[in-house]
Design a protein around this ligand. Structure first.
Ligand SMILES: [Fe+2]
Length: 487
């Protein structure tokens, strides 16, 4: 969860300069690879190009690997001090620092989706090294990203649920810059032993606790959005026993004893800088424009909506079908909806006739807008226009924020039960309390139990724990089995 320095447009122009391939294509290809050899070649080419781009970025790691632990501790200390200053600022009445509205926060969740949905993937190749103690730190981090095979703790599952609960799961159309981090992480996942120093360095960067993670969690909670995915990372990234510590240990444990350790560490440092390519948390937050986002949403709706209205539906003398027939007219349509009184800017949404078409009993457009899209429309309508005609950011009142938090805590309690045993026979492993009735899972369990060696059992389990599979029922079970065999 490293803070990222570059901006999306900068990343895009750098990509053009270097003629980098389309990150979204790489992301899709490596997310569900059809051919392992081709995936490895794609990953290698992409990484080589990205590492070349990373070389131009500032180097913040200490010169000597022996100083990493102190560096990590003092960075965390600094983040703690900055967070306390933020909290004091808020207590004294300062507005939220990141999210001007709930729509802004949901926009962030959606734009971060390509990265969050491959969380941990850069460490996948470490699973092959289960026989080597010096890889344990990396393997443990990967297993924890996968929730140790417990669905409620699997980071990708948690993020999928978060997106779905707010209707933010239509992220496939995002700009290419938002896929760069995910494409890098998936490329590292498909490494075949060529990029170990870079994987260690990238991991070191990703697992440091950044200030933006703390503020994001705090402000999401304030806006009534479950911050669990983010608070979970605050605790797992801690520097004393958590991922930040394990990531530092991994560098020291995997440094070559007899080879060229200086060259190895140079590559670790460059791998670290891969974290700063593409659009990061701060770029996404800064890139939000409420009006632009509403226009984007309406443009997307216009594809299906341009022939769905009767000729009686007219705004400003023009049929809705005509308005929607040309995407360039969407901003003018919004102006017209406001000037003709269909939308009352700066007033509660319920006062707008247009809103009642979307959200009311027997609403004519019920179901057309997802919860996220409705939130964007709601925030846009309720933002008052100032004298210059620019919408003022709508900051949630303290009372509204408290209500949102109350609503959140009234939700279902989160289950935090531990891993269940999966073997019922062989290998002397524990009994399961709740036998699974899924034929696939029974088959997997049976197949693994029949293997004559740990190595052949691992060969069955590891592919199921890939970034594409680990969050499926079989992937979760494979993770639990792998973990038991590793112990
Ligand atoms: Fe994670």
């Amino acid at each position: 969860m490293h803070s990222l320095l570059s901006t999306a447009p900068q990343a895009a122009s750098r990509a053009q300069e270097l003629r980098l391939p389309n990150a979204h294509d790489i992301y899709d290809t490596l997310g569900a690879p059809a051919n392992a050899a081709m995936a490895r070649a794609t990953a290698r080419n992409y990484l080589q190009q990205q590492l070349q781009a990373a070389e131009a970025l500032p180097n913040v790691l200490p010169e000597r690997p022996e100083d990493l632990l102190n560096w990590s501790r003092s960075s965390a200390e600094q983040v703690g001090v900055q967070y306390q200053a933020y909290l004091a600022e808020r207590k004294n009445g300062a507005p939220r620092r990141f999210f001007m509205s709930k729509a802004h926060a949901l926009y962030f969740l959606r734009a971060a989706a390509p990265t969050k949905l491959v969380d941990g993937s850069w460490l996948y190749s470490a699973l092959q090294q289960w026989q080597h103690q010096r890889f344990r730190a990396l393997i443990q981090i990967y297993l924890e990203e996968l929730g140790d095979g417990v669905e409620e703790k699997n980071h990708v599952v948690l993020y999928q649920k978060l997106l779905a609960s707010h209707g933010c799961d239509d992220w496939e159309e995002l700009d290419d810059a938002y896929f760069v981090q995910g494409a890098i992480q998936l490329s590292l996942a498909h490494d075949n032993g060529n990029f170990l120093p870079e994987i260690i360095g990238f991991n070191l960067g990703y697992e440091q606790l950044p200030l933006h993670l703390l503020i994001t969690a705090y402000e999401l909670n304030e806006l009534g959005i479950d911050p669990y995915y983010f608070t979970l990372h605050v605790t797992v990234d801690n520097g004393s026993t958590g991922h930040a510590r394990k990531a530092t240990d991994a560098v020291l444990q995997l440094m070559p004893r007899f080879g060229d350790s200086a060259a190895f560490y140079r590559r670790v440092r460059n791998g670290f800088r891969l974290n700063d390519l593409g659009a990061g948390t701060m770029d996404i937050i800064a890139g939000f424009d409420l009006q632009q986002e509403l226009v984007r949403i309406l443009c997307e709706k216009s594809v299906a909506g341009k022939n769905m209205h009767s000729d009686y539906c007219r705004i400003g003398g023009k049929s809705i079908n005509d308005w929607l027939g040309d995407k360039a007219q969407v901003p003018a349509l919004l102006e017209k909806l406001t000037s003709t009184g269909w939308i009352q800017r700066g007033a509660p949404v319920e006062d707008s006739r247009f809103w009642r078409l979307i959200q009311s009993e027997r609403a004519e457009m019920f179901g057309v807008f997802s919860p996220y899209e409705q939130q964007v429309l709601r925030d846009w309508i309720e933002s008052p226009l100032d004298d210059t005609g620019i919408a003022a950011p709508r900051i949630m009142s303290h009372r509204a924020a408290m209500r949102a938090i109350d609503n959140l805590s009234e939700g279902q309690p989160r289950t935090t039960h531990g891993t269940r045993g999966v073997f019922r026979r062989h290998m002397g492993l524990q009994q399961t309390q709740e036998p699974t009735f899924d034929a696939d899972l029974r088959e997997l369990e049976h197949k693994v139990a029949q293997q004559g060696s740990k190595g052949s059992a691992m060969d069955i389990l590891i592919p199921l724990m890939s970034p594409a599979n680990h969050h499926s029922a079989a992937g979760l079970m494979a993770t639990r089995l792998y973990r038991q065999l590793l112990a």
